[in-house]
Design a protein. Structure first.
Length: 265
């Protein structure tokens, strides 16, 4: 099974591009599900603030039965040195998502580490602990340094059956290459765009993939689907609704039923 969605859904720049200008903020998720027809979303706000059961219950009520959520792990777990609070912070994170977990709608967690998190035996052990603490929820790990894709690091992670998120990024500096490393059960693709002004936060995600660029991913997706893996594809090029447009187009390229994305005015 392949699921396609966007990295977040609540963006001011989507108004007039994806959402009608008049759509209330509290109705954005409903529009994302009911009008755009997506069956998955990557919750990014959970990286910046711990999720609450109240919000998770709202998502649960408003999503159809086959809807699948992914949540980005809180930054206190991935972007701060590991200490005695790390597991406690992760436990709080998981508790806030418990309505989605209990319903079976939380399909995966995304743990993104910063560029300074480099491969070592200690780093691999930290990854394995995070995965153990999150069990039975699958975890995909996203790295922001190409050192993780050297043979020795991949061998360590491969032996442990760790799912490495394949991030599509501009070819710059130490940014990693696009290289899916699926685990036995799932694969995770995260398409950020290829804007070469990556180090300028204002324009980092301002990129619209062309149809030929999206077609180039199709063999990779087919390979990830082998052996019954669940493949999750999220577009994080969220500026001005690019992510939604590309997600709809990718869904069409994969021959899935897809509504026409309305251009709002």
């Amino acid at each position: 099974m392949t699921r396609i969605g966007t990295s977040g859904f609540s963006f001011q720049s989507w108004r007039g591009q994806v959402y009608p200008h008049s759509l209330p903020m509290e109705k954005l998720f409903d529009y994302y599900v009911q009008v755009l027809g997506f069956d998955s979303v990557e919750l990014n706000y959970t990286f910046y603030r711990q999720p609450s059961q109240k919000t998770a219950e709202s998502f649960l009520r408003r999503s159809p039965e086959n809807f699948d959520f992914t949540a980005k792990v809180h930054r206190s777990v991935t972007h701060e040195p590991e200490n005695s609070d790390t597991k406690r912070n992760l436990d709080s994170f998981i508790a806030g998502l418990s309505p989605l977990i209990d319903s079976g709608k939380l399909g995966c967690l995304l743990a993104q580490f910063p560029p300074g998190f480099l491969p070592s035996r200690a780093s691999v052990n930290r990854i394995l602990r995070l995965r153990e603490w999150s069990h039975p929820i699958p975890v995909a790990f996203e790295f922001r340094h190409r050192a993780w894709f050297r043979e020795e690091a991949l061998q360590l992670l491969g032996e442990a059956d760790v799912c490495i998120c394949a991030a599509d990024l501009p070819e710059l500096g130490s940014l990693p290459p696009f290289q899916p490393v699926p685990s036995s059960g799932h694969a995770y693709l995260r398409l950020h765009g290829r804007n070469r002004n990556w180090y300028s936060n204002g324009s980092r995600y301002d990129y619209l993939y062309s149809e030929p660029e999206l077609r180039s991913f199709l063999p990779v997706i087919a390979d990830c689907e082998r052996n019954g893996r669940t493949v999750r594809i999220f577009f994080n090029n969220c500026h001005a609704g690019h992510a939604a447009r590309n997600a709809v187009l990718m869904r069409r390229l994969l021959n899935e039923s897809s509504p026409t994305l309305p251009l709002q005015t």
